[in-house]
Design a protein around this ligand. Structure first.
Ligand code: ZN
Length: 148
Protein backbone atom coordinates (compact mmCIF):
# COMPACT_ATOMS: atom_id res chain seq x y z
CA UNK A 1 0.00 0.00 0.00
CA UNK A 2 2.85 2.37 0.88
CA UNK A 3 4.45 1.90 -2.51
CA UNK A 4 1.17 2.65 -4.22
CA UNK A 5 0.76 5.83 -2.21
CA UNK A 6 4.28 6.89 -3.10
CA UNK A 7 3.43 6.36 -6.71
CA UNK A 8 0.28 8.41 -6.25
CA UNK A 9 2.22 11.39 -4.97
CA UNK A 10 4.63 11.58 -7.82
CA UNK A 11 6.93 14.53 -8.03
CA UNK A 12 4.77 16.44 -10.47
CA UNK A 13 1.77 16.25 -8.14
CA UNK A 14 3.76 17.44 -5.15
CA UNK A 15 5.33 20.21 -7.16
CA UNK A 16 2.03 21.49 -8.53
CA UNK A 17 0.24 21.25 -5.21
CA UNK A 18 2.99 23.25 -3.50
CA UNK A 19 3.31 25.83 -6.26
CA UNK A 20 0.03 25.84 -8.15
CA UNK A 21 0.04 27.62 -11.50
CA UNK A 22 -2.64 30.18 -12.36
CA UNK A 23 -3.66 30.32 -8.72
CA UNK A 24 -5.47 33.49 -7.71
CA UNK A 25 -8.63 35.52 -7.91
CA UNK A 26 -9.76 36.78 -11.30
CA UNK A 27 -12.77 39.04 -10.67
CA UNK A 28 -13.13 40.10 -14.33
CA UNK A 29 -13.58 36.50 -15.50
CA UNK A 30 -16.76 35.86 -17.48
CA UNK A 31 -17.66 32.82 -15.41
CA UNK A 32 -17.01 31.72 -11.84
CA UNK A 33 -17.76 28.17 -10.76
CA UNK A 34 -17.57 26.78 -7.23
CA UNK A 35 -17.09 23.03 -7.03
CA UNK A 36 -16.55 20.93 -3.96
CA UNK A 37 -15.85 17.36 -3.03
CA UNK A 38 -17.27 16.94 0.49
CA UNK A 39 -15.93 13.40 0.92
CA UNK A 40 -12.39 14.82 0.97
CA UNK A 41 -12.98 18.48 1.82
CA UNK A 42 -11.66 19.79 -1.49
CA UNK A 43 -12.83 23.10 -2.93
CA UNK A 44 -12.11 24.59 -6.33
CA UNK A 45 -13.25 28.03 -7.39
CA UNK A 46 -12.64 28.28 -11.10
CA UNK A 47 -12.49 31.63 -12.88
CA UNK A 48 -12.76 31.28 -16.63
CA UNK A 49 -12.66 33.51 -19.66
CA UNK A 50 -13.29 32.46 -23.26
CA UNK A 51 -12.98 34.21 -26.61
CA UNK A 52 -15.96 34.61 -28.97
CA UNK A 53 -15.40 31.17 -30.49
CA UNK A 54 -15.38 29.48 -27.11
CA UNK A 55 -11.62 29.01 -26.91
CA UNK A 56 -10.17 29.09 -23.43
CA UNK A 57 -8.55 32.47 -22.89
CA UNK A 58 -7.76 32.42 -19.21
CA UNK A 59 -8.28 29.93 -16.41
CA UNK A 60 -7.46 30.82 -12.85
CA UNK A 61 -8.45 29.06 -9.71
CA UNK A 62 -8.52 29.43 -5.98
CA UNK A 63 -9.33 26.74 -3.50
CA UNK A 64 -8.06 24.32 -0.93
CA UNK A 65 -7.94 20.63 -0.34
CA UNK A 66 -5.77 17.60 -0.89
CA UNK A 67 -2.67 17.61 -3.07
CA UNK A 68 -4.42 15.68 -5.84
CA UNK A 69 -7.31 18.13 -6.18
CA UNK A 70 -5.07 21.21 -6.21
CA UNK A 71 -2.38 19.74 -8.47
CA UNK A 72 -5.05 18.58 -10.90
CA UNK A 73 -6.51 22.09 -11.06
CA UNK A 74 -3.07 23.61 -11.56
CA UNK A 75 -2.16 21.29 -14.43
CA UNK A 76 -5.60 21.65 -15.97
CA UNK A 77 -5.26 25.43 -16.23
CA UNK A 78 -2.00 24.94 -18.14
CA UNK A 79 -3.33 22.21 -20.41
CA UNK A 80 -6.61 23.86 -21.39
CA UNK A 81 -5.36 27.35 -22.11
CA UNK A 82 -5.96 28.18 -25.77
CA UNK A 83 -7.99 25.03 -26.39
CA UNK A 84 -11.25 25.05 -28.30
CA UNK A 85 -14.33 23.62 -26.63
CA UNK A 86 -13.92 20.36 -28.59
CA UNK A 87 -10.23 20.04 -27.71
CA UNK A 88 -10.89 20.82 -24.06
CA UNK A 89 -13.72 18.32 -23.76
CA UNK A 90 -11.67 15.68 -25.52
CA UNK A 91 -8.84 16.18 -23.05
CA UNK A 92 -11.34 16.02 -20.21
CA UNK A 93 -12.57 12.67 -21.51
CA UNK A 94 -9.03 11.35 -21.88
CA UNK A 95 -8.14 12.49 -18.38
CA UNK A 96 -11.26 10.80 -16.98
CA UNK A 97 -10.23 7.57 -18.74
CA UNK A 98 -6.72 7.91 -17.34
CA UNK A 99 -7.94 8.08 -13.73
CA UNK A 100 -10.68 5.46 -14.06
CA UNK A 101 -9.48 2.86 -16.57
CA UNK A 102 -6.32 0.95 -17.21
CA UNK A 103 -5.11 2.56 -20.44
CA UNK A 104 -4.24 0.24 -23.27
CA UNK A 105 -1.56 2.63 -24.48
CA UNK A 106 0.20 5.65 -23.09
CA UNK A 107 -1.68 8.74 -24.14
CA UNK A 108 1.02 11.21 -25.10
CA UNK A 109 -1.42 14.08 -25.54
CA UNK A 110 -1.90 14.10 -21.78
CA UNK A 111 1.75 14.94 -21.04
CA UNK A 112 2.31 15.65 -17.34
CA UNK A 113 -1.26 14.63 -16.58
CA UNK A 114 -0.04 11.02 -16.84
CA UNK A 115 1.15 11.52 -13.25
CA UNK A 116 -2.49 11.09 -12.19
CA UNK A 117 -2.64 7.56 -13.60
CA UNK A 118 -1.96 6.17 -10.11
CA UNK A 119 -5.29 7.58 -8.93
CA UNK A 120 -7.19 4.77 -10.62
CA UNK A 121 -6.09 2.44 -7.82
CA UNK A 122 -7.89 4.66 -5.33
CA UNK A 123 -11.50 5.08 -6.45
CA UNK A 124 -12.25 7.61 -3.72
CA UNK A 125 -9.52 9.90 -5.04
CA UNK A 126 -10.99 9.99 -8.55
CA UNK A 127 -13.38 12.71 -7.35
CA UNK A 128 -10.38 14.71 -6.12
CA UNK A 129 -8.66 14.44 -9.49
CA UNK A 130 -11.83 15.23 -11.47
CA UNK A 131 -13.03 18.17 -9.35
CA UNK A 132 -11.39 20.96 -11.36
CA UNK A 133 -12.38 19.30 -14.64
CA UNK A 134 -16.01 19.08 -13.61
CA UNK A 135 -15.79 22.77 -12.70
CA UNK A 136 -14.41 23.50 -16.16
CA UNK A 137 -17.24 21.59 -17.86
CA UNK A 138 -19.74 23.62 -15.87
CA UNK A 139 -17.90 26.88 -16.57
CA UNK A 140 -18.05 26.28 -20.30
CA UNK A 141 -21.76 25.47 -20.13
CA UNK A 142 -22.46 28.62 -18.14
CA UNK A 143 -20.45 30.71 -20.57
CA UNK A 144 -22.36 29.26 -23.52
CA UNK A 145 -25.62 29.96 -21.77
CA UNK A 146 -24.62 33.60 -21.47
CA UNK A 147 -23.95 33.85 -25.20
CA UNK A 148 -27.55 33.07 -26.15
ZN1 ZN B 1 -9.21 15.30 -2.26
Amino acid sequence: MTDDLDELYQTVLVEHSKRPRNFGEFPEAAVHVDADNPSCGDEIHLHADFDESGKVNTLQFTGQGCAISQASASLMTLKLKGKTREEALQMLGEFRELVTEEPATENEALGDLIAFGGVRKFPQRVKCAMLAWRAFEQAHEEWQGKQN
